[in-house]
Every structure is written in C-alpha cells, then in structure tokens.
Design a protein around this ligand. Structure first.
Ligand SMILES: Nc1nc2c(c(=O)[nH]1)N[C@H]1C(S)=C(S)[C@@H](COP(=O)(O)O)O[C@H]1N2
Ligand SMILES: [Mo]
Length: 369
C-alpha cells in the first residue's frame, strides 16, 4: 500500500483527461482528484474506486441477474432484457464509509482516505422494485441479499462481495439496478454492466458487478454485513451498521495552501450533502486566523454561504461564500453543513474503531498576503 498520491490528471488545451489517484494497486483503490471534486457532477473517470477484490470479467452478453430465494417465481434476467425496462435517472452522492478516516486520531485500520472517497454522479437504472414485484417476494422475507461477481478471501474464508438491505429499502422506488453513469454505460471499475445504487446510504450498499438478488427470511450474517461496516465503540462493541450518509461539506476552493490577496474578494466554494434524502438546509463558513484561532475583520464567527439548488434529493448542493480578507497571515477556512433534521457537522472527527462516518467541519489552510 502506498500513501503517496499518484496524480495522473493531465489537462490538455481542450479536454481534461481524468484519472483517480491510486491509493492501492491490487486491489485497485483510488480517490477523486481535488480538481474533479470542484465539478458539480464528478466525471466517471475521476470518481474514487473502492474494490475489496479484483474487477471481475463481465461480458454484458453473458451477464445474468438471478432473483431468487424466498420468491414465488425465480427470475434470470439478461442485459438486453434489463436495458429494455424503464429507467429512472437520479443524481446521487457516492461516499465510502471510510472517507476521511485519515483525519481520525488514533488512526483506525483501513484505507487511509482523505476526504476524497466521494463524488456525485447521475445514475440511470431500473428500480429493483420492478423485478421484486415480478418475482413475488414471499411475505416471510425480511431482507434482500445482493451479490457481486467478484470474490476473494477475507480472514481465511472465501466469499463474494455480498451485502443485504432491509426489504423496505430494497423495495424503495429509488433503489436502482444502474446500467449507466453520467450518460454512458457503467465502466468496469464502477461495476459494469450493472450495479446497485442505494441513494442516501454509504456506498458499501452499492454492490458492483451485481449478479444475484436473493430474498432472505433471516438477516444476512456475511462478513461484509456482520463483521465489517459496523460502528464499533473504543472497546470494540458494535453500535450498529453503517447505513445513512452523515451530514457533510467539503471545500473545493481555495486550494490548500493557496495564497489569497488581502483586500481582494475571494470565493470559497464547496458541496454539502446528507443521508436518506434529507436536504441540506444550511452551510456556514468561518475564517479564523491560524495564529490565535480567532476570527478577524470581515468574517465574524459562522457566516451563511449561498446554496445552489441540488440536482435532486440525493445530490450534493454546491455552495459559495465571498470573502475579502483584510489582514495578512495564515488562516483556517472552515465550512459546516446542517441538514433539515438539524444534524450538523461536529467540530472534531467523530472517532470509532474502524474509522467510519468521519464528518467533522471541513477545513482548508490558506495564507493571506
Ligand atoms: N462487488 C463489489 N461492490 C462494491 C464493492 C466491492 O468491493 N465489490 N465496494 C463497495 C464500497 S465499500 C464502495 S465505497 C463502493 C465504491 O464504489 P465505486 O468504486 O464505484 O466508487 O462500491 C461498493 N460496492
Ligand atoms: Mo466503501
């Protein structure tokens, strides 16, 4: 594993060639480059990648989705058949549950993501509900188990990547069998030909290279459900599974260590989102002098940012704040989002043993010259 970011972003005169920054090579894990995060929709080629195993061979011509388990009529659906069904389009924030883990102290085990295992993309897909209704889910079913074509060994046991959802979540009309991202077919690293997209939840729910959907009459206890992706307290006691995205903002401008000019207006920009389709209600910005931690001049305490309308209930909202610094020196520029439930980003990274759900106030350090 290498912590050194591999910046493979080439900017040509007319086009930007995007590539995510490698975190590990095998399996491939990479984060979204900072420049790509500034875009309202994250380009597919720049979006972070989180793979537990390798990318499986997925020939759309041979791809099948098997819907089975506790159903009246098991189904076997081919790619053409799925493409022919009515698709919905949704802009969705995709965020790894471990996003931001590298800010936690002590550092929990796991990939040392900075706050860039995130992006917002437009997915087109068929509601799983449509196939669920065709198959006729047994009234005794409590969960749907979704299985990917990738497999490997975790703690000595062979397993596919498999995750379950409560029946009501699986049957939600916005839970999609996605075939397209940002107007093009899914790419291999993002789950081609078909992945699950569960808007408003941490992206571990979004099973890539989807090949199975099985109705279960008992909760699934596979490794990625019952052993990983749990919030654990400092003594290792489970406090519950990783589910809804926690409210969060990120700052895309100015860049870290950027020089701002005193007396000149600068624009602070970023995005903000929350989970379960709960809208972001407020983003506040604060610039504090890094020498003494106090606010100076123009900015006093938390100031409201201007919010753009989101591209949909599960998309992030872009925001901006105009700041004309009056005094020179090093500053910390902070942003804090609050959602319609009243949940706000905490000032400190919330610690847990696996480093999930890290949503402290966003911070970028700049110098006013
Ligand atoms: N089949 C499969 N699906 C998967 C994973 C995986 O390793 N295998 N990783 C999950 C995790 S933890 C995340 S954060 C998202 C990442 O999606 P992306 O790589 O398209 O950004 O995929 C999820 N779906
Ligand atoms: Mo993840």
């Amino acid at each position: 594993m290498t912590a050194e970011p591999d910046l493979r972003v080439a900017r040509g005169p007319g086009a930007t060639v995007w590539a995510p920054e490698t975190v590990t090579d095998d399996p491939f894990n990479a984060q979204t480059p900072a420049a790509a995060l500034a875009e309202p929709t994250t380009p597919a080629a720049a979006l972070f990648v989180r793979d537990h195993f390798g990318i499986p061979e997925a020939d759309p011509g041979r791809w099948r989705l098997r819907v089975g388990g506790a159903v009246a009529t098991p189904l076997c659906v081919g790619h053409e058949e799925l493409l022919a069904l009515e698709h919905q389009e949704l802009d969705v924030v995709l965020e790894c549950a471990g996003n931001g883990r590298s800010l936690m102290r002590p550092l929990p085990p796991g990939l040392p993501w900075s706050q860039r295992a995130v992006g917002c993309a437009r997915f087109a897909g068929v509601p799983f509900l449509l196939l669920a209704d065709r198959a006729g889910i047994d009234p005794a079913a409590v969960e749907i188990l979704f299985t990917g074509a990738d497999r490997g060994t975790v703690r000595g046991r062979g397993t596919p990547f498999a995750r379950s959802l409560p029946l009501a979540v699986a049957r939600h009309p916005d839970t999609l069998l996605a075939t397209r991202m940002n107007g093009a077919p899914l790419t291999p690293e993002h789950g081609a030909p078909v992945r699950l997209v569960v808007p408003g939840r941490y992206a571990v729910a979004d099973v890539k290279w989807l090949v199975g959907a099985e109705a279960l009459t008992r909760p699934f206890d596979g490794v990625f459900q019952a052993e990983e992706y749990l919030y654990l307290d400092p003594r290792g006691t489970p406090e519950g599974p990783v589910t809804a995205l926690r409210v969060k903002s990120l700052i895309t401008e100015p860049a870290p260590d950027e020089d701002l000019r005193r007396g000149h207006e600068s624009v602070v920009r970023g995005h903000a989102w929350s989970g379960d389709g709960v809208p972001v209600r407020r983003v506040e910005v604060r610039a504090e002098h890094a020498d003494d931690g106090r606010d100076r001049e123009h900015v006093r305490g938390w100031q409201p940012a201007v919010l753009e309308p989101p591209a949909g209930p599960y998309a992030w909202r872009s925001w901006s704040y105009r700041w004309t610094p009056q005094e020179p020196g090093p500053y910390r520029v902070l942003s804090r989002a609050t959602d319609a439930r009243g949940d706000a980003q905490p000032s400190q990274a919330p610690w847990n043993a696996r480093g999930y759900g890290c949503n402290p106030v966003a911070c970028v350090e700049v110098v006013v010259v």
